[in-house]
Ligand binder design. Sequence first.
Ligand SMILES: *Cc1c(COP(=O)(O)O)cnc(C)c1O
Length: 404
Amino acid sequence: MATSELTRELYDQVMVPNYNPPGVIPVRGEGSRVWDQQGREYIDLAGGIAVTCLGHAHPRLVNALTEQANKIWHVANVLATEPALKLARRLTELTFAERVFFANSGAEANEAALKLVRRHAFNRGETERTEIIAFEQAFHGRTLFTVTAGGQAKYREGFGPVPGDVRHLPFNDIEALEAAVSERTCAVVLEPIQGEGGIVPADPEFVAAARRLCDERGALLVFDEVQTGVGRTGDLYAYMGLGVAPDVLTTAKALGGGIPVSAMLTRASIAETFQPGTHGSTYGGNPLACAVAAEVLDIVSDPAVLAGVRQRSERLQAALAELGERYGCFEMVRGRGLLLGGVLAESWRGKARDILRAGLDEGLLSLVAGPDVVRLAPSLIIPEADLEEGITRLDRAIARLAAA
Ligand SMILES: *Cc1c(COP(=O)(O)O)cnc(C)c1O
C-alpha cells in the first residue's frame, strides 16, 4: 500500500475508536523536531507524553538499539540476558532499590507493584491487611487493577466488578491520610506529581507524612514514578527531590526513551515476596528494550543533563507565566523540571484541547492534562533554539484563540 493511502480516513476504518487523533501523521523525527507526511515541521513539546526524554533518533539510542538488534532480540525470562542484567545493575546503583522486576508499560509495572504489596502482607500471615490507599485524580494505568487504583471513576465505568478493598482519599490531605492508614492497610500508592490528573505536585509534608504513617502502621509506600521518573523533574527520580524514599517504585515512560519498557524497583526483603512462579511477563526485560534503556539511564543520570533540565524548566516556567499574564489564559503554572502545566484561568476553562489543536496548526506538538491544564513534557535535552521556537508557536496559537 502506498504511503499516500495511509491517511487519517483509513484510521476510522481499521482502528478501534478508543483514540481520536487529529489529521497529522508524523513520519520522521530528529531531536525535538518532527515532520509529517506532507513534510510540515513541528516542534515537539509533548515528548510522546513524557516518553522521548532524549528527543527523536538520538544517535546513542539508535546505536544501542541497532547494536543489540544484530546480537539477540528475545529469549524470554527462562534465561537471563546481558542487557537486562546491565540495566538492573544500573537501576540499583542509582536508586534506593536493591531488586528490579521488568515489564513493558507503566500499567504493568504498577500491576506488579499492587500484586506485590498484597502478597507481601499475605506472606507475612497478615491476611486481613489487604487495603490499598490511593488518591483522587490519580492515574496508574488502564488494566483493571490499575484503573481501580486510579482516582478517576470514569476510567472504571462499566468494567466492573473491579478488584476490591481499594480506597481513595483526597490528595495532599494529611489529616485524611492520618485517619485512614491502619493495620488493614497494605500500601499507600501515590504519584510524586499527579500527571494525568492535572500536574498536581505532592506537598513534601504530605509525602513525609505518608512515609511516617506507613512505617508506624506497617504498610508499604509505593511511588508511581512512571511519568516523573528518569530525569523529568530535574532529579533522576522525583523522590530524590522530596527526600523520602518509597518501598516500591515504578518507572516506565522515559525509561526507554520511546521503546516500551518498565520496571518495578524495591528492596531485597520485599522482593522476596515474589518467588519463581508468583508473577511474570514474557517480554519483561526484553534485550532490545533493556539495551536502549541502559543507554537512556547513562545519559540522563549525568549531573550536567539534570542541571540542564532545571535550567530549561526555569525558562519554560517563565515563558508560560508571561503568556498567562499577556493573554489572561493561565492562572498558575505547576509542576517541576520539564513536566509543567499551565492551569487555565476562569475565562479559558475547558479550552486546553483548543490550545493543543491551535498549536498543531502553528507547528507545535503539546499535551493536555484534563480539560483545564496545558501540559508540556519536552525532551530533557531540547536545544535552546527549539525551546524558544516552541514557545513562539505556543504564543501564536494562544494569540489566535484570544483574538477569536
Ligand atoms: C502513563 C502513566 C501510567 C500508565 O503507563 P502505560 O505505559 O500507559 O501503561 C501509569 N502511571 C502514571 C503516573 C502515568 O503517567
